[in-house]
Each structure stands twice: as C-alpha cells, then as structure tokens.
Design a binder for this molecule. Structure first.
Ligand code: ADP
Ligand code: DP6
Ligand code: CO
Length: 359
C-alpha cells in the first residue's frame, strides 16, 4: 500500500427472493441452519432489489454501515460473521495504474464502509434481509477479490439471514438444509434458471409497507420453542412437498405449483397462529386477497394464480401467464382501489432475474 489517500469501491445489485416452500425454524441459531429445505423464486432485479456499495481505504478508522441512508451498528453477530468469513478469504489486488496494491495481510487491517439501499420496504415481509445480506456478501467478495464459487458465497450469506443464501442465484432455487454440524453443506443450489418458466408473472401487492412488529428471526424462534405444528411440518410435510415442488417446476406444471405454493403459505401462517403467543403476519386485506384468488381459481376450474405471503401482510401473486396477470391487475384495482383504506399498491414483476453487477 504505497500512498494512504486512495479509496477502492465496488457496487452490486441483488434481487429479493420469495419462498414457495417456506423456511421457518432454525436448528442452530448462530450458524443459521434450517429445520427444513426451502424453495424460492428470485425476482427481477429491476423491481425489488438491494444496491450496495462497499469501499475500502487506509483512511477509514473502523467498519461502518449505512442502511437506507441511516447509520446502523455492525456489532451484531450476523454482520460480524459475514465480514469475518469474507475477510478471511480476501486475496491480493494489484492495480498498477492507480498504484494500489493490497496484500492478504493488508486486508486484515483495512476497514470497510458499506452503503446499502433497498428500493422496496425494509422489514415488511418482502425479504429485505434476503436481498440485503446476499448483496452485502456478494459486493464484499468482489471488493476483496474472493475466489469462491456461488455455493460457498451462499453459505456465507446464510449466516447473515437464512433466506439470503437463495438470492445468490436467479430462477428457482433450493436451500438444502444439510446435515453437517458446521453448516458446510447448508447451501443454495439453482434448480432452474430464470429462462426456464418465463410465462410466469409475479405481482406483488403491497398491503402495508410498515415495519412488522415481529421480525422473522424472533418469530421463528418462538415457533420452534412452542409450535407442535412446526415439528410436524418440518418432519412430515415439507420433505414430500420439496420433491413435488421440484417436479412441478421442472415440468412447468402450474396446477401442482399453485396447489403446493398456496398450501405451504397457509401452513406457514398456521404455524404462526400455533405459536405462543400467536403471531399475526397477515391482516384483513391479505385474507380478502386470498378469498378473491381462491374464488377465481375455483370458477375457472383450474388455478390461474398462486398466492404466497412471507412474514408480513404483503401478497405475492404468481400468474400463470401475461394474460392472466393483466386480468389479475384489473381485479386488484377493482377490489382494492389505490388510495383506499387498504393501502394497496401493486408492482408487476417478471420472474426473470440475474445477479446484477453494476460496479
Ligand atoms: P424481511 O421480511 O424484510 O426480510 P426481516 O425481519 O427478516 O424482514 O429482516 C429485516 C432486517 O434485515 C433489517 O432490520 C436489517 O437488519 C436487515 N436488512 C434489511 N435490508 C438490509 C440491507 N440492505 N443490508 C443489510 N441488512 C439488511
Ligand atoms: C417467511 O431469512 O428473514 O420469509 O434467517 O432469521 O434472518 P433469518 O430469517 P429470514 O426468514 C425468512 C422467512 C420467510 C420464509 C422464507 O423466506 O423461506
Ligand atoms: Co427476512
């Protein structure tokens, strides 16, 4: 490191992902190891994504981070785990033009500044922790010239937030819970890429952008401690659903895909109700959206739209094709007019996505 007056930075963009077979419950809190496998679809990065810029400079006195413009503390174990795992894999960089050389030893002493923005509501049940930690790990790995494959990076992102491991890939992604005690085999794998089923259109109906009262982390901790339904779900229900869902995705079988997606969302919210004290993530508007979709699907004789709700009231609606999506939007606007007391806005999202790299 010749001069002390340089700053090196990189920017990355990562989309969020929405689980169609949900992760809810940890068997190891510190390493973030799940009690069951999960499957998700990664959204189009244009619509819901995190953009993170990471910078390193000998002028920085400590590691610091700003989330949506406000400084946050990096002292939590999750941020520390991600930073440590990436730092320990940093490799030498040499930029002759700029006169910058950073050796492996230098990386241990250098501090980073991180600025991250979510272009969608944070902590409102739209998986901000997934896009956020995936982007943090991806951008740090790029900055520090980490030579690891996506699978390894997914295992590091997992230690920031479980759902984040799935945002390292586009398309349909499975988080394999794994067996190893140290979590080495608890990684994300891509089941199908973003082009595989591109007739699908995802519409997100933002019922409320307010921060939820119970974070996913504390909600699932309470469920693990108190819900018998969670035990039954993890052991008996999800393993079968994972096999069926993989098959449905592979065959682009919308009937099975919709049946499994809706059933799994409903069972996850049933587990929340089975928790003591019960957790209410959905509200009346969420319930009305479910009723509308169920009625429509029944009247057509075959599913047109699948719904799923994460840990929040916002609806993720998956239409079987563009025509159905247009029809769905019309129905949403009719039943939930904008600026009414339901506070419902809609975003149209294609399911295609890539891990964007704008730096
Ligand atoms: P969500 O449903 O939005 O994922 P969670 O309760 O799982 O809600 O997680 C929200 C937390 O994730 C935030 O309080 C913050 O700690 C973290 N988070 C959100 N966005 C980012 C980001 N861009 N970078 C790093 N951490 C983030
Ligand atoms: C309902 O990944 O946010 O969205 O691992 O504690 O950070 P932590 O929890 P998080 O939980 C996500 C729960 C979910 C389902 C899912 O994404 O699979
Ligand atoms: Co989350």
């Amino acid at each position: 490191m010749a001069s002390q007056k340089w700053i090196l930075m990189t920017t990355a963009q990562t989309p969020t992902n929405i689980a169609v077979i949900k992760y809810w419950g940890k068997r190891d809190e510190a390493l973030i190891l799940a009690v069951n496998d999960s499957i998700s679809v990664t959204l189009d990065p244009q619509h819901l994504c995190t953009t993170t810029t990471v910078a390193v400079s000998p002028m920085f006195q400590s590691d610091r981070m700003w989330l949506n413009g406000k400084e946050i503390s990096l002292s939590g174990g999750r941020y520390q785990n991600c930073l440590r795992e990436i730092r320990s894999r940093a490799s030498e960089i040499e930029d002759e033009k700029k006169g910058i050389k950073i050796t492996k030893k230098d990386w241990e002493k250098l501090h980073v500044h991180i600025a991250s923005y979510n272009n969608f509501p944070t902590a409102a049940g739209l998986a901000s922790s997934a896009a956020g930690f995936a982007c943090l790990v991806f951008s740090l790995a790029k900055l520090m010239n980490v030579q690891e494959d996506q699978g390894k990076l997914s295992a590091i992102a997992r230690q920031g937030s479980g759902s984040a491991c799935r945002s390292l890939y586009g398309g349909f992604v499975k988080w394999v819970m794994g067996n190893e005690k140290n979590g080495g085999d608890s990684i994300a794998v891509q089941l199908q890429d973003e082009k595989h089923w591109d007739e699908l259109v995802i519409i997100i109906a933002v019922v409320s952008s307010r921060q939820k009262e119970t974070s996913s982390t504390s909600g699932m901790r309470d469920s693990v401690e108190t819900s018998l339904l969670l035990q039954h779900r993890a052991k008996e229900v999800v393993p079968k659903r994972i096999i069926e869902m993989e098959e449905a995705i592979k065959n682009r079988d919308f009937l099975s895909f919709a049946r499994l997606t809706c059933a799994d969302s409903n069972q996850f919210h049933a587990v929340c109700l089975d928790t003591s004290p019960p957790i209410f993530y959905m509200n009346d508007t969420s319930h009305r959206i479910i009723s509308c979709v169920e009625k429509w699907n029944r009247s057509e004789g075959t599913p047109q739209v699948a719904y799923t709700f994460d840990a929040g009231p916002n609806a993720v609606l998956i239409a079987r094709d563009r025509k159905v999506a247009a029809n769905l939007l019309q129905r949403l606007l009719y039943y939930f007019p904008p600026h009414s007391d339901t506070d419902l806005n809609s975003y149209v999202i294609g399911d295609k996505s890539i891990l964007g790299d704008v730096g």
